[in-house]
Design a binder for this molecule. Structure first.
Ligand SMILES: [Zn+2]
Length: 373
């Protein structure tokens, strides 16, 4: 029996988890991992911690992070006709929003992001432009302002309503069946529920020689806030950040030559540096050697794209940190696509790397070992 069933990933990705409002995701994860860990607690910013003790006599402590929140919108105003004006919570791509189905507020009211009628404005200059987010409204079917205000308040979160789907050869979804090894999946919040699912799978394979401190963080999408708070107290000897990351291996204009950030199906992604952090060279070397030794495919993420909880968690303690991600097409929009072999190979890579991590922590993460990888 494995926890990594199709039903598990469906539930995990379909749950709403706006930044600062991660409760449903946290409750589900806490219920799922409670039997696997020795201790479980939540801090004031909502981070969920779980400790699984290691087998060494004097075990090191390794933190493994994944963020529970997803990009979202929130209500800023209700107009006289009962339409909701909105703002973004995190880096939402406005080009993906028009006409999308959303869920509004704690009652998950169905809503539609406005679709500009095409008879309305034929001026090509205006028509071809993507509206800014503050020009969009959400229709919840209200008849007027009072009718909308009876159900929605300013500040309520708005999340995408996207079903989880298997794509590829066998698309039948049996809730209790293990996730297929190959094929592709689509759904919302893959950034970073695929990281959360990876962390659950790693807890399921514990114990390791070190104490594993799982940290499911909050508010990553609005500035790595949960990870910053967690990193101050965690006292970890090393940390791994698990992410769903940008995958832009898409058809472009004819003749355009680009180097994609990552490619779907080329393996889990290792980061050397992104916009906010430079990965600890000995930890990156360890991941590389592990992948080569066990014949696990991997790819490097194109440098200087994006940022992760690594820079939040490590900022004040300087803990050695590495980042492993699953490439996801169309992240920060209503629906993403990921490759299951990338996802499974990420779990294989991390679990193999964890097995002989203590010897590395005993020597190679010393400041003297900080030469370029
Ligand atoms: Zn993320």
């Amino acid at each position: 029996m494995t926890l990594l069933t199709q039903g598990f990933l469906k539930q995990l990705t379909e749950l709403p988890g706006a930044p600062g409002d991660e409760g449903p995701v946290r409750d589900f994860l806490a219920r799922t991992i409670r039997p696997l860990v020795d201790d479980l607690w939540v801090d004031h910013i909502g981070n969920l911690f779980a400790l699984r003790r290691g087998t060494d006599l004097e075990p090191r402590r390794v933190a493994v992070l994944a963020h529970m929140d997803e990009v979202a919108l929130f209500v800023t105003e209700i107009d006289d006709q009962g339409f909701l004006k909105v703002a973004a919570s995190g880096g939402v791509n406005p080009r993906t929003l028009l006409g999308k189905v959303v869920q509004v507020g704690p009652e998950h009211l169905p809503g539609i992001i406005l679709v500009p009628p095409d008879h309305f404005n034929r001026d090509p200059e205006v028509y071809r432009k993507v509206p800014e987010i503050d020009a969009l409204v959400v229709d919840i079917g209200a008849t007027d302002k009072e009718n909308a205000r009876a159900r929605v308040k300013v500040g309520h979160r708005i999340l995408f309503q996207t079903p989880f789907r298997l794509m590829g050869v066998d698309t039948t979804l049996h809730a209790d069946a293990p996730l297929p090894i190959q094929g592709r999946i689509s759904g919302k919040a893959f950034d970073d529920r695929l990281g959360c699912a990876t962390l659950v799978a790693l807890l399921e394979q514990a114990p390791y020689p070190f104490d594993l401190l799982a940290v499911f963080t909050t508010q990553e999408e609005v500035g790595l806030r949960g990870a910053l708070v967690a990193g101050i107290k965690a006292q970890a000897d090393a940390a791994f950040v698990l992410e769903g990351t940008v995958c832009d291996d898409l058809p472009g204009p004819p003749g355009e030559k680009r180097f994609p950030t990552t490619r779907l199906g080329n393996g889990p992604t290792l980061t050397q540096r992104d916009r906010s952090w430079i990965v600890h060279p000995p930890l990156l070397r360890h991941l590389l050697r592990t992948a080569q030794k066990h014949n696990i495919p991997y790819q490097f993420k194109h440098p200087n794209v994006g940022g992760t909880d690594a820079s939040g968690f490590a900022r004040y303690q300087g803990v050695p940190v590495a980042i492993v991600s699953t490439p996801c097409r169309y992240i920060h929009g209503p629906v993403s696509v990921a490759d299951l072999s990338d996802f499974h190979n990420g779990i294989r890579l991390l679990s193999a790397a964890f097995a002989d991590l203590p010897s590395l922590l005993a020597g190679e993460t010393s400041p003297a070992a900080l030469r370029d990888f």
